[in-house]
Each structure stands twice: as C-alpha cells, then as structure tokens.
Ligand binder design. Sequence first.
Ligand code: NAD
Length: 358
Amino acid sequence: SLSSRSREDIQRVCASRDQRILVTGAAGFIGFHASLALRRQGYAVVGIDNFNPYYPVSLKLNREALLLDQYIPVVRADITDLKVIQGIFTACAFSHVLHLAAQPGVRYAMRHPFTYINSNIIGSTVMLEVLKSMDVKPMFVYASSSSVYGLSKRLPFSEGDRADTPASLYAATKRSQELLTHAYCNCFGISATGLRFFTVYGPWGRPDMAVMSFARNILIGRDIRVFLGPNNTTLSRDFTYIDDIVNGILRSIATAPSSQSGSVSHRIFNLGNSVVVNVLDMVKILENYLGRRARISFISRINGGEVLVTNANITLAASSLGYTPNTNISAGLQQFVKWFLKYTRSAEHDDMLRYIPD
Ligand code: NAD
C-alpha cells in the first residue's frame, strides 16, 4: 500500500490548491512535459510512475529530478496496484486525472505481450475501478494512439472511422483501453476524454522512437534502419511536436465533456500535426541540424505491426478544443537536436548513445 512518506508528500502538495491533478506516467516523455505545463498553470500535480527499464531509466530519473524542482512528487508504484492507487485517491481529492502510463512501442509488443496487457489494459481498468467507487469523480483524460486506426486505408484518419483492424498488439491494447473506458463512462457516470496522439517528438523524448534513435545513430556513425513497404516505399508519419500535444492536453483538461442527457460522457480526439512527413525527409532534416550524413540500411519488409502512413484529421479537436498545432517538422526537429546534443554531451548521460532499442 501507499507509504506514509508518499501520503504526506501528496497531502502537502494538494493542500493549497483548488485544481489538483494526478498524472500517471509522469516520469515518461509526455507525462513530464504535461506535468510541468500543468504546474505552470497553477495546478497541484502529483505523479505516479513505475520507472520501468523499457528504455534507460536514467532519462526517467532526470525528468523526475526536474519535476521535483517544481514541487511535483512522483510516487514510485505500478498502476496495476489497486491498493496504492486507492491510497493516492484517499490522500487527495483530485479534480482531474491525466492517465498516460502505458507500455508503448509497436515492435517490442511482439515479444512482450503481457507487459502490454498488464499496463495498458489491467492498469487502465484499475484507474477506472477506483474512479467508479468515488462519489465525486475527477475528470479523466487519457492517452490513446493513432495506431488504433490500424490497417485503415482511408486518409486522413477521423475519429468516426472504424478502428477494428489493429496492426499490432500495442494498438489492440490501446483500442481495448478506449472501449473499456467507454463502458465505464456508460455504466458508472465517469466523464472521460481520450486523446489519440500521433508520433510525438521533442526534447526529453523517447529514445526507442525513430527521431531519437536516428539522431543517435547519425551522431555516432551507426547505420539507421529504414523499413521499406510495398513497392519500396518508405514509411510516413504525422510527426507532432511535444508542445502542441501538451497544448491539446491542457485544452482537453480545461473543457469539460458535454453531458447531454442520455449520451455517454466520453469524447475522443486526434491530436496530430495533420501533415504527412516521409521518414527519409525527417532524416534529411536531422542530418542538416546534426551536420553529419546518415548511413542508411534499408530493411526490405515492414515487420512488427508498423503501418505505412499515419495522418490525423484534426478538425474535431480544432472545433471542440481550439487545438491548433503550430510547430512544423523543421522547427520541431531543430529544438529536439539542440536538446539532444546538449544532453548527450554530458558524460553522465552517454548511456543514451549506447542504448539500442530492444
Ligand atoms: P513513456 O514510455 O515515455 O512514458 C510512459 C511512462 O509510464 C513511463 O515513464 C513508464 O515508466 C510509465 N509506466 C509504464 N507502465 C506503468 C505501470 N504499469 N505503472 C506505472 N507507470 C508505468 O511514453 P510516452 O511517449 O510519454 O507515452 C505516454 C502515453 O502516450 C502512453 O499511454 C502512450 O501509449 C501514448 N502515446 C504516445 C505516443 C508517442 O508518440 N510518444 C503516441 C501515441 C500514444
């Protein structure tokens, strides 16, 4: 159960504020940035994270240190632990929950399916179970993913499109999370907003994802592996800069879902940039900012459940939330590279250069 030290930390942080938010996955890439932004907006922020070693834990610990500087404690626990989650909600009456903790990554899921089932399905259900038992329910905002559109050929992806052809186990768990949330909203009067993020990148980003692992390999002169699809086409992504994603998160938290009588209070929005960028163009921009050429080795088959193209229709998020991404790929990668060079220059953080995604 929750340690008395954690309980005191939470109570101290929550005492003085009207708006109190629990952020799951706070030591992760998006959770870190969202927590800082919420704090700047005056929220009391409490984080929870299990600091799992899917990618170097040093990066999560460094994010945690910066959160602590802003009086954001991060409870070290697993969201599948019902007792701990109950303890956290007993320590503080949160007005909001931002649920970002998950096992991400499309390829890793091939060999570690139960990690995804545990964190993404069981962990999310634990969060919903605890909300279900509360009289005054906090507003629930959670991370979904563009991957739920799966093998859909219709572009751009719109929220009303069918999402029943997942290409990966990861996508299947994120879609399951959406469906479970919908049922909990219907049965127990929970209000939820699901956000389907599209390939997020930026400073303090994920070292397992293409942007950072390509930057790393270009820097140290190792080959980058670029997947080829049918007809030797390379993959394209709707790359979205972290500040734009955080903006969309803040706007979803600030706008309560409409509770028309008879309708389920569950909204889902795409949060993307709405611009398709081929990975080879992304590599060119990285080469330019890093001042080095990439050595590319083409892998002649997409495996691990990657889809060829993603593209977000963001008109719903624009009209309902006022969401307008305003960072193009070039400006975003410039910010990323600036951070990446500074971070990896420190000998303390050179584990990031040695890291090879599983
Ligand atoms: P991340 O891995 O950096 O952050 C997730 C954090 O959750 C990690 O710090 C991890 O330690 C923690 N965590 C995982 N399982 C946990 C558990 N069982 N209990 C407690 N903590 C746990 O990933 P991210 O990119 O910041 O992703 C955040 C959310 O956004 C995830 O739900 C992910 O599925 C979703 N998402 C991300 C992207 C992207 O491009 N980054 C795209 C689509 C969706």
